[in-house]
Design a protein around this ligand. Sequence first.
Ligand SMILES: Nc1ncnc2c1ncn2[C@@H]1O[C@H](COP(=O)(O)OP(=O)(O)OP(=O)(O)O)[C@@H](O)[C@H]1O
Ligand SMILES: N[C@@H](CCO)C(=O)O
Length: 324
Amino acid sequence: MAVYTHLSSEALADLIAHYDVGEVVSAKGIAEGVSNSNWLVETTGGTEGGTRFILTMYERRIDIAELPFFLGLLDHLSEHGAPVPRTIHDRSGAASRTIMGKAVALIEFLPGVSVDEPTAAQARSVGKVLAQMHALAQDFSGQRANDLGPDVSAAVLAECGADALAQIDPALPAVIAVAGDIASRWPTDLPQSVIHSDLFPDNVLMLGDKVSALIDFYFACNDAMAYDLAVTHAAWSFADHGRTYRPEVGQALLQGYESVRQLLPAERESLSLLAQGAALRFVSSRAQDWIDTPADALVTRKDPMDFVRRLDFYRENGAQVFGS
Ligand SMILES: Nc1ncnc2c1ncn2[C@@H]1O[C@H](COP(=O)(O)OP(=O)(O)OP(=O)(O)O)[C@@H](O)[C@H]1O
Ligand SMILES: N[C@@H](CCO)C(=O)O
């Protein structure tokens, strides 16, 4: 379910008329995603090139004042050759417009599918593209702080409270103390770039083993590149809801990354802690969403325990997995 707003064909035609993409041929709501409404729009084509576009209506979570950062980043990365969709600008040059009181953007459609159980070859490709993206984003002028660091995750879990967390799962309240410990040891001097910070398999489109697109940059921010690699490792390298670590996938991801950008010793030494912080970030946002989302809501809640298992795994095995 990810079409929250009804968009009439007249309203859509009016909107599309502001862009040099031709006339609307069809528009279909896209089921995937939970944050925004998305439509696949086909047009007759115009000077912008292409006939397929993603229309995104920003529904929640995103601060509209930050849209220029996110959309500018897409343009910067795609202009420099990264597999990232560009933003289609309207005839006045604007990257976003407002319709029915909500911000919308028209984004280039890129082919590919997201994989459920990645192979080592696919993980290697993702590692490479992530490192290329970090290099290309170095000279992006936009700035956005990470508002989901370990201190914030620790505070969110404390605010949820042990009782509410225990109702989700009896093992969850113990993460409050672990979170404080991770936050107190968090490294602050690792090399930075603009990072994706949510590069789950559903945010990567692939054609076979090749990455055709990185999408959903709405958590992108300035932060440590090795943290982004740790997030990606946590998101890609486990099966069975975090119960099984897949070493061949985790290793391939790291090798792919380092085939483009070698980690500094300080980054490698920090990876275990960074991966714990990455797991913590998703435990905390999922726990908060779980408490805030009624059980009968249309949106399927994501289980924080999937990432508690990863957190436990990294605490026990992180040094060995990352060779630090
Ligand atoms: N540029 C693109 N090219 C092709 N397909 C895309 C593109 N952008 C999005 N999609 C499709 O739309 C779906 C939803 O997009 P996305 O994941 O960005 O939704 P969302 O609601 O914004 O995000 P979230 O996953 O955070 O809820 C994707 O799974 C993908 O199938
Ligand atoms: N990718 C995240 C959702 C965005 O924060 C998750 O799976 O929890």
